[in-house]
Design a protein around this ligand. Sequence first.
Ligand SMILES: [Zn+2]
Length: 122
Amino acid sequence: MFNFVGGYVMGARQAGKVAGMSASAGTFAAAAQNFKVDDVNDRLDRLVIVVEAMWSLLEESGYTKEQLDERIAAMDAADGAADGRVQRQKLRCPRCESVVVEGTGRCQICGAEVGEESPFAI
Ligand SMILES: [Zn+2]
């Protein structure tokens, strides 16, 4: 599609150049996609290590696997669906009630400061 539109706009003489630009854009998009996946994988690996370390400390303190399973089930069901996922509440602006992007600390609509209560807020 980019080749067709670019060729039409730039003329036949520039069509090869447009094709090259299209290939570069595709390569860039693929690299960006891989970067995101790699970043997520790195963060997931780190999270697994942290959770396993925390669990080993709790086990050493006397907590049992059954207690862990009960807590996981309760937390899973706390959002209204025992589906193995946590549906996080959306952060809302206290002034205008717009949804606020986590980690920004400020409402994008009205500019109000928004405190983030969760220790897991990004
Ligand atoms: Zn607001």
